[in-house]
Design a protein around this ligand. Structure first.
Ligand SMILES: Cc1cc2nc3c(=O)[nH]c(=O)nc-3n(C[C@H](O)[C@H](O)[C@H](O)COP(=O)(O)OP(=O)(O)OC[C@H]3O[C@@H](n4cnc5c(N)ncnc54)[C@H](O)[C@@H]3O)c2cc1C
Length: 392
């Protein structure tokens, strides 16, 4: 089965979805509301499950070129600098760290020219192709600004945690503030090993990224959302001034205007990710706490599973049912786990229990615990995307 899809949103999830459709011989138009499709100036890591999904999309090699192996899950420290666990020289690193813009560019460059339309903000969605067709049997229509409409066989809503499409079709499901906030930045300090430092009320994460830079994130508690500071870098520097090097040095080396401050939210669990000819994907479906580094990775998995279902099932409806059945349990379990991890690292009592547990754990057991074959999220394998058969 082939067809035409509209993808709302040109973030990592939307581009991965378009690329997955391209792999199975579908056509897609990605509608992105901004003028330049891109990603915020920060970093991220991807784990083996997402890297396998990228391989299925045909871009693993390109991703590995712009990714840097990181031991952030192996080097656990306390603010004093003491190691709770330490990666050994030569240990294989399961995670690759990226500048977000680099991973985004890998996906964008793999798409056929003209598939992404910018300055295209979707404002509403309707089942059916034209006026009077509201059954969804014939397709789906979106309205963009200026009264423009576009119809297709399928709509993939990859428009992020505040998804317009979800707000219209699932009006009761809302993002939730998780009582935490994060500062992110990128500094030009080469060759820093990946690490995670567990401190009072929060943690500081470091990943090396390409071109001699390091990405950092400081995640901590906040009583309410939307608290902002005149000098965000000064604020975060003050909070970690007594932490071990290179933490204060990293914050100091980050240009003031490059420090990003965002609140941590996830999404109430949805009962389903599909509605007529509409499928939610990525953060629009299952925005999660960042503590397992899985949000974007799960969106890439979504893309591959959806395309495999479209290629394998006799109808779009059957494919969407299969997508829903496969993705909902895994993504919601991952989101629950991430929220639990977040609570563990920021609540004082839970953090003390966690650090005591990690400290008392033999290094070999810790390494086994973070090894690919014992991690249920990382072990995931994507379905195979069949190449479209060429007509003779
Ligand atoms: C602090 C932090 C650290 C994180 N670290 C990691 C990590 O290490 N690894 C990882 O895998 N994930 C991580 N994540 C999660 C990750 O950032 C998200 O899960 C991921 O970016 C979601 O991608 P998406 O494409 O679904 O949505 P988004 O990235 O939100 O993209 C949505 C796109 O849709 C566009 N859009 C929105 N509305 C409309 C509209 N109406 N019409 C047209 N276009 C529209 C937007 O402009 C945007 O381009 C982290 C998140 C946070 C907050």
């Amino acid at each position: 089965m082939t067809g035409q899809a509209i993808v709302v949103g040109g973030g990592i999830g939307g581009l991965a979805a378009a690329l997955a459709l391209h792999r199975i011989g579908w056509r897609a138009t990605v509608l992105e509301r901004t003028s330049e499709p891109g990603e915020i100036g920060a970093g991220m890591s991807q784990s083996p499950n997402a890297l396998r999904a990228l391989a299925e999309l045909g871009v693993e090699t390109q991703a590995r070129i712009v990714g840097v192996p990181t031991h952030a899950t192996g080097n656990l420290r306390l603010p004093s600098g003491r190691y709770l666990q330490r990666a050994r020289p030569g240990d294989p690193a399961a995670l690759l760290a990226f500048h977000r813009a680099d991973l985004h560019r890998v996906l964008l460059e793999a798409l056929p020219t003209g598939w992404v339309r910018t300055d295209a903000e979707v404002t509403a969605v309707r089942q059916g192709r034209g006026a009077g067709d509201d059954k969804g049997g014939g397709g789906v229509t979106v309205e963009c600004g200026g009264g423009t409409e576009l119809s297709a066989d399928l709509l993939i809503a990859a428009d992020g945690i505040h998804s317009v499409v979800r707000r219209q079709l699932w009006p009761d499901t809302l993002p939730r503030f998780l009582g935490r906030t994060a500062w992110l930045g990128i500094a030009e300090i080469p060759d820093l090993p990946g690490s995670m430092t567990l401190g009072p009320g929060g943690y500081f994460l470091i990943h090396p990224i390409t071109r001699g830079r390091a990405y950092w994130a400081y995640v901590t508690t906040a009583e309410e959302p939307s608290i902002r500071y005149d000098q965000e870098r000064t604020e975060v520097a003050g909070r970690v001034q007594d932490w071990h090097e290179p933490i204060p040095q990293l914050v100091e080396a980050t240009p003031v205007e490059a420090v990003i401050h965002i609140d941590i939210r996830d999404l109430e669990p949805l009962p389903t990710y599909i509605h007529g000819r509409v499928a939610l994907l990525g953060d629009a479906a299952h925005a999660m706490s960042p503590d397992r580094g899985q949000g974007a990775g799960q969106s890439i998995e979504d893309a591959v599973v959806l395309a495999a279902a479209l290629a394998g099932e006799p109808s779009i409806e059957a494919a969407l049912r299969r997508y829903d059945a496969e993705r909902l349990p895994r993504t919601q379990a991952t989101a629950r786990g991430a929220a639990t991890d977040g609570r563990r690292t920021t609540s004082r009592a839970a953090r003390l229990a966690l650090t005591t547990m990690i400290r008392s754990m033999p290094a070999s057991l810790w390494r086994k615990g973070i090894a690919v074959d014992s991690n249920p999220i990382w072990r995931w394998r994507p379905p195979h995307l069949p190449s479209p058969t060429c007509p003779h």
